[in-house]
Design a protein around this ligand. Structure first.
Ligand SMILES: *[C@@H]1O[C@H](CO)[C@@H](O)[C@H](O)[C@H]1NC(C)=O
Length: 371
């Protein structure tokens, strides 16, 4: 069906007025040709693959998580899963895990924290990945892994099925959205700039929603109920050529949901994105008016591979409702590599100096400096 270069088959059509598209990503390809990479949002297909076709340096990944609010003992399980389609050098950060080369261009990462903070991790190498888009939602069937995700055409919900008993994990994840989708600089509308930094794009289908995950892990039950999330990143060149470091996270306090993002380019230019909702209304969705910094031990800025795990982050965001001054204080570390860390914990803060209800958040740190 495909030669070494014509490695990706994509069909897009309008069926009964609903945008629909099917893309097949083979497990092994060498792609020296140009990807057509989308940087300005279109009228439909919000969560669809942004590279057609993928080449050696381009990538698309679909990310999902859920984090349960800490109880009095600080016990709060969390779960996250990423479906990667990438050229060998696209999401090059993963090469850190595979010194001999990627086993497939279609890879799945699963990570979780048990209630006591213990971690578990899986990486599954897929056969071909079939990505279908209907309306604005995307679905992905990663053949050979037992794992797939399915999105509603209106982005109202996403589900994941995991059936990998040989890897010791079977179960389901579900997230139902409570707030509108957005891009780095604005709401989910046609004509938006999708770039976070030159070379990397972002669409956030579910910035905050009710999430639940139920798994059987090596015969033991795991569950988490709480704030769920789904987004999608992509790029046209190796990720580490676009980003030197990055902080991202999402959380909720009372009626406010927040998504924060800041990325430093290799030239050390800072690019930010701020998203805040009250109820189901967007207060801000823009690429300015937010400051995100680590605090406490190991909070060197910008972070390097020697920085370690910061105690937490402060986030201050300007909105029409006032100034949010927030703190994400780590309880658990879900992933702890020097180049990439993922945390969850307490989310606290004030709005114009008035305390907000305590909440929960999940966040990450990339530190991609060579040294
Ligand atoms: C892949 O396509 C992008 C266009 O989006 C291009 O900039 C890049 O050089 C291509 N990579 C390779 C390895 O040809």
């Amino acid at each position: 069906m495909w030669s070494k270069t014509a490695h990706l088959l994509s069909l897009a059509l309008l069926y009964k007025g609903v945008f629909s598209q099917r893309t097949v990503v083979p497990p092994h390809f060498q792609g020296g040709e140009q990807s057509h990479t989308q940087w300005i949002s279109g009228p439909a297909g919000f969560d669809g693959p942004a590279n057609q076709p993928l080449n050696d340096s381009s990538f698309d990944w679909w990310y999902f998580d859920v984090v349960q609010e800490p109880d009095a003992q600080g016990r709060h399980p969390s779960f996250a899963m990423t479906f990667h389609t990438t050229g060998q050098d696209g999401m090059d950060v993963i090469q850190n895990l595979f010194p001999l080369g990627l086993p497939s261009n279609n890879l799945i990462q699963i990570n979780l924290n048990w209630p006591d903070g213990g971690k578990d991790a899986w990486i599954l190498a897929g056969d071909e990945a079939i990505i279908t888009v209907e309306g604005d939602g995307a679905s992905g069937d990663f053949k050979g892994t037992g794992c797939s995700f399915e999105g509603a055409p209106d982005l109202s919900e996403y589900s994941i099925n995991i059936n990998a008993p040989d890897k010791g994990i079977v179960g389901t994840f579900h997230v139902k959205s409570d707030v509108p989708a957005h891009y780095p600089c604005g709401p989910a509308e046609e004509g938006q700039d999708m770039q976070v930094v030159p070379g990397v794009g972002w669409m956030n289908a579910i910035p905050d929603g009710y999430g639940e995950v139920d798994l059987t892990v090596r015969g033991k039950h795991f569950s988490a109920r709480g704030r769920g999330y789904h987004d999608h990143n992509y790029g046209s060149r190796p990720f580490s050529q676009s980003a030197y470091s990055a902080y991202w996270g999402h959380g909720r306090l009372g009626e406010y949901a927040i998504v924060w993002l800041t990325v430093l380019t290799p030239e050390l230019e800072e690019h930010v994105s701020a998203y805040v909702t009250r109820g189901s209304d967007i207060l801000v969705a823009r690429c300015e008016g937010i400051k995100i910094r680590p605090y406490g031990d190991h909070s060197t800025y910008p972070p390097t591979r020697r920085t370690g795990a910061p105690e937490g982050f402060t986030i201050s965001v300007d909105t029409p409702d006032g100034l949010f001054e927030l703190q994400a204080e780590a309880i658990n570390i879900q992933i702890n590599f020097d180049f990439y860390r993922r945390f969850s914990g307490r989310f606290t803060g004030t709005l114009d100096g008035e305390p907000l209800p305590d909440g929960v958040a999940l966040w990450e740190q990339f530190a991609l400096a060579k040294e």
